[in-house]
Design a protein around this ligand. Structure first.
Ligand SMILES: Nc1ncnc2c1ncn2[C@@H]1O[C@H](COP(=O)(O)OP(=O)(O)O)[C@@H](O)[C@H]1O
Ligand SMILES: [Mg+2]
Length: 406
C-alpha cells in the first residue's frame, strides 16, 4: 500500500522533471546557437534570467524527488535496525538461557542481512521504476512516430523516354496539416523538357511550398502532381528524388571538404566534372584561390563561407547530379547582378534538355524564362512570358516596376 502510494506520487514528479530537463536544454541550445542575436540586442541579462529560471526549476524538482528517496532510505534503515535489535534481544535471552548456541546467533544474523540486502535492492527498483517508465514512454512515443509521407510501392515505375512534360501540376491545392487556410490553390502548369519555368511572387506567396510538393516533402491536398506523366504517389520517393536536383532557399553544406560536398550525389564524379560544375556555378575562382582548392575545409553548416559562396557551392553540387529537373529555390538572391547574369548564361548551356524551375523574387533573374508563373497569396495570377505578363498581369508589373524604378 505504502509503496503503491510512493510510486503514484513519484510518477508525476518524474514527468515534470523530464519536461524541465527539455526546457533546460532548449534554452541552453537557443542561447548557444543564437549567441550573436543575444549579444547584438544586449539581452545577456535577460537570457541569464531565463537560464537561471529553467535551471532552478529543474534543481527544485530534483531536490523534491531526492527528498522523497531520502525519506524512503531512512525508513528502510530504520526497519533494518529494528530488525537487528529484535534479533539481538530475542537471541540474547536464549543464549544466556543456554538454549541457543552463539553459532546459531551468527547464522541468524547472516541470513537476516542477506534478506535485508535484497529488501534494499527491491527498494532501489521501486524508486527507479517510475523514472524508467517515464523514460520508456518517451522512447515509445519517438519510435511510434510514423512519417506522414509513405511509399505506397517500393517498385520503381517505368517512365516513357523523354516525355515533354517533366512536371505537371493538375489543379493542385495544398494545405499544411496544422493550418486551416490553403497555402496553394488552383495551380496548373507544366515544367517542360529543355525549358526554364519560373515562379515569382512576394515572400509567403507559396513559392517554396511548390518546390516541397515536387520533392514530395508534402503531399498535395487536392488535384494531382505528376513526374514524367506519373503521379508522384505511385512511385517510391527514392526514384522521384533521383530525377531531381534541388538547391534549397537556405543553402546547406556539410562539414568536410568542398570535394565531399560536391560529390554528394555522385561519389565517383571526377575532378574535371567538379571543376566544370564550379565554373558554371561561378564558384571556380574563389575555390581556386583557397590554398587547398577542392580539399578546402567546410565547417558545420558551411559557416566559413559567405551566403553567396554557399549558394554557388550548392548550385555546383546540384549540377554534378545531372538530373531531369533542376529546382533553384531563390538560389540566386545572394549573388550580385553580374554574377547572377553570368551564372544564368552558363546554366542555360549546361542544363540541356532537362527542365529547369527557377523560383525568384527579382524579375531580372527570370525574365528570359519560357514561362513565368506569378504567385500571389498561393494562387497563380498570371502565366506567360515576361512581355505577355508585363501587358496583362498587374501583380507582375508591380514587381517589375519595384525592381526597376523609373
Ligand atoms: N511547415 C509549415 N507549416 C505551416 N505553414 C507553413 C509551413 N511552411 C510554410 N508555411 C506557410 O506557407 C506560406 C508560404 O510559405 P513559402 O512557400 O515558404 O513562401 P515563399 O517561399 O513564397 O516565401 C507562408 O504563409 C507560411 O507561413
Ligand atoms: Mg521561399
Amino acid at each position: 500500500m505504502f509503496l503503491k502510494k510512493i510510486m503514484r506520487s513519484a510518477s508525476p514528479l518524474f514527468r515534470k522533471l523530464q519536461k524541465l530537463l527539455d526546457r533546460m536544454s532548449t534554452v541552453l541550445l537557443e542561447n548557444i546557437t543564437g549567441v550573436r542575436v543575444v549579444r547584438a540586442f544586449n539581452k545577456e541579462a535577460h537570457e541569464q534570467n531565463r537560464l537561471n529560471t529553467s535551471f532552478s526549476g529543474y534543481a527544485d524538482t530534483s531536490i523534491k524527488a531526492n527528498r522523497m528517496f531520502a525519506s524512503l532510505d531512512g525508513l528502510s534503515f530504520f526497519t533494518v535496525n529494528v530488525f537487528v535489535i529484535l534479533v539481538y534481544s530475542f537471541s540474547g535471552f536464549r543464549v544466556t538461557a543456554g538454549a541457543f548456541a552463539v553459532a546459531d546467533l551468527a547464522a541468524i544474523i547472516e541470513y537476516a542481512m542477506l534478506a535485508l540486502f535484497y529488501l534494499m535492492m527491491a527498494q532501489m527498483v521501486i524508486l527507479t521504476l517510475p523514472r524508467a517508465i517515464e523514460c520508456a514512454d518517451r522512447v515509445r512515443t519517438v519510435l511510434g512516430f510514423s512519417p506522414t509521407i509513405q511509399d505506397l510501392t517500393k517498385k520503381k515505375v517505368w517512365f516513357p523516354a523523354s516525355p515533354a512534360h517533366v512536371v505537371q501540376f493538375q489543379n493542385v491545392a495544398f494545405r499544411f496539416a496544422d493550418s486551416e487556410e490553403y497555402t496553394l490553390k488552383n495551380l496548373s502548369f507544366s515544367c517542360r523538357r529543355g525549358e526554364t519555368t519560373a515562379i515569382i511572387g512576394g515572400t509567403g506567396s507559396g513559392k517554396s511550398t511548390v518546390a516541397s510538393l515536387i520533392l514530395r516533402f508534402n503531399d498535395v491536398t487536392d488535384g494531382a502532381l505528376l513526374l514524367n506523366g506519373i503521379d508522384l504517389r505511385k512511385m517510391p520517393q527514392e526514384q522521384l528524388r533521383d530525377h531531381i536536383a534541388y538547391v534549397q532557399q537556405r543553402a546547406w553544406l556539410f562539414a568536410g571538404t568542398i570535394r565531399e560536398n560536391l560529390q554528394y550525389s555522385n561519389p565517383n564524379a571526377s575532378d574535371e566534372v567538379l571543376w566544370h560544375a564550379l565554373e558554371v556555378a561561378q564558384a571556380a575562382d574563389f575555390v581556386r584561390s583557397l590554398p587547398d582548392g577542392l580539399d578546402a575545409f567546410v565547417a558545420q553548416g558551411g559557416t566559413n563561407f559567405s551566403g553567396g559562396q554557399k549558394q554557388r557551392l550548392s548550385i555546383a553540387r546540384a549540377l554534378v547530379k545531372r538530373p531531369d529537373l533542376y529546382i533553384f529555390d531563390d538560389s540566386f538572391s545572394a549573388l550580385d547582378f553580374k554574377t547572377d547574369a553570368a551564372l544564368r548564361r552558363e546554366l542555360a548551356k549546361e542544363t540541356g534538355d532537362a527542365a529547369v524551375l527557377i523560383i525568384a523574387q527579382r524579375v531580372s533573374t527570370i525574365r528570359h524564362a519560357q514561362q513565368i508563373i506569378v504567385l500571389h497569396e498561393g494562387e497563380p495570377v498570371g502565366i506567360g512570358t515576361h512581355d505577355e505578363l508585363l501587358t496583362k498581369c498587374s501583380v507582375y508589373r508591380e514587381i517589375y516596376e519595384f525592381c526597376n524604378p523609373s
